[in-house]
Design a protein around this ligand. Structure first.
Ligand SMILES: Cc1cc2nc3c(=O)[nH]c(=O)nc-3n(C[C@H](O)[C@H](O)[C@H](O)COP(=O)(O)OP(=O)(O)OC[C@H]3O[C@@H](n4cnc5c(N)ncnc54)[C@H](O)[C@@H]3O)c2cc1C
Length: 400
């Protein structure tokens, strides 16, 4: 055996697994295999209440920046929320993983991934009792998706930008192409990340247009300076997810985690909070692939069920509202109490929260909203497209 645990992919999900496992049992030998170099120029952020205290403790070495509070801006109102916010960067995450003596990282592409081993592009076979697949590809065949596309540019400003806390959404910008907002993270008094984000129906990102919008936003605030980093994202927004079918098809293989397992927030497309929880599930099960698969599958199916309301909100956002009207839904949402907003991002809405979000003057036509109630029609579409494996899916559904 080459390790106790092989992590295929060294992105967010598997890096968090490495940290959680190393924190819980430093004697468990981990081999992380990634096709790319460790520091890829990403930023991953989370709202502080997304994590419990234990998670915050083992993630702390990977946190590059944290802020007390955040703001949102809409045309009709602005608001400061008390909620803390924090970011990991590729460098800080890779550094935290590299500091774990039990983790070895190698650069290789896995051409074949199975429950017992992987075959790399260098014709090596690497074996471990447990193999985890965190290669990042979203299981689109099992989902109905909209998209959140963005370009982020990090500027080193010539003068202080005078921002102290993140702006999670500045939606006072023209709404062409879908719900559009600008997101800013002030890393230092001169360093700031500015992202132009759009909720769109297609996965098409117009890099030049988004970059120009970032430039215009910065110029309007008098922020000028050198671009030090750029990132682009095409994040899935889940309107429907056939999780039972996905897990039925994955059975017998390596343990899928992260985006690969559809483990992300259906509305925001963010995966960090769920990745932290899955990391703890893996750390708590020091067994072989079959044992870890069963534990992660149990967690993921329960989570997929809990997320059904969030997928309904995604359908409201993308199906019930015309692209230029989508802002109204978020505007309506951000008038709700801080604690509810926190529970939304953490994926822990209560039944009362769910009712509260829908109460009041509806931001979309009622008939459109009613047409979005059911997820099943979208699931049927997805099943038809990939050829429906009836018996396996029914068995999974009954197991729920
Ligand atoms: C630009 C951007 C910003 C984002 N910001 C946030 C955020 O702020 N907060 C948040 O919660 N979410 C964010 N997300 C969403 C999500 O959390 C990220 O996509 C996250 O990186 C997903 O983690 P993952 O581990 O599933 O996949 P990835 O991080 O994409 O990792 C997959 C890894 O697998 C490797 N790989 C793929 N195939 C192979 C192979 N065959 N062999 C070996 N290695 C392979 C890749 O090189 C990659 O390193 C962001 C996404 C993007 C694109």
């Amino acid at each position: 055996m080459d390790a106790d645990l092989i992590l295929v992919g060294g992105g967010l999900a598997n890096s968090l697994i490495a940290l959680a496992v190393a924190a819980r049992d430093p004697s468990r030998r981990i081999l992380m295999v990634d096709a790319g170099a460790p520091a890829g120029g990403h930023t991953w952020s989370f709202h502080e209440p997304d994590m419990n205290e234990g998670q915050r403790r083992w993630i702390a070495p990977a946190v590059a920046c944290a802020w007390r509070g955040q703001e949102v801006h809409f045309t009709k109102f602005s608001r400061r929320l008390r909620t803390g916010y924090a970011s990991l960067t590729s460098q800080s995450l890779a550094g935290a993983v590299a500091a774990c003596p039990s983790v070895t990282r190698i650069q290789a592409r896995a051409d074949r991934i199975s429950a017992e081993c992987i075959e790399t592009d260098g014709n090596r076979t690497l074996r471990a009792p447990c193999v985890v697949d965190g290669t990042g590809r979203v299981p689109e065949a099992y989902m109905a998706l909209g998209w959140q596309v963005f370009v982020g540019i990090e500027l080193e400003c010539e003068a202080p930008h005078n921002r102290a806390i993140p702006i999670i959404m500045d939606a006072r910008v023209p709404q062409h192409g879908g719900y559009r907002f600008v997101y800013t993270l002030p890393f230092t008094d001169r360093r700031i990340l500015i992202e132009d984000t759009r909720y769109t129906d297609g996965a098409v990102l117009d890099d030049a247009d988004c970059a120009a919008a970032v430039g215009a936003y910065a110029a309007a605030r008098g922020w000028s300076g050198a671009e030090v980093r750029r990132e682009r994202g095409v994040l899935p927004v889940a309107m429907a997810f056939d999780a039972p079918a996905f897990w039925a098809a994955a059975a017998g293989g390596a343990v899928p985690v992260g985006m690969r397992a559809g483990l992300f927030h259906p509305v925001s497309g963010y995966s960090l909070p769920l990745a932290a929880r899955v990391a703890e599930v893996v750390a708590a099960h020091p067994g072989d692939t079959e044992i870890v698969f069963a534990a992660v599958r149990r967690f993921a199916l329960a989570e997929a069920r809990r997320q059904s309301y969030l997928r309904f909100l995604s359908r409201l956002l993308l199906r019930a509202a015309a692209p230029e009207e989508r802002r109204k839904i978020m505007e309506h949402f951000y008038r709700l109490p801080d604690a509810l907003v926190e529970r939304f991002y953490a994926g822990r809405l209560t039944l009362a929260d769910q009712a509260r979000i829908l109460i009041g003057k509806p931001p979309v036509p009622i008939a459109n909203a009613l047409a979005c109630l059911r997820e099943r029609p979208l699931l049927h579409d997805a099943r038809r497209k990939r050829g429906y494996d009836g018996p396996a899916v029914l068995a999974e559904e009954q197991a729920l």
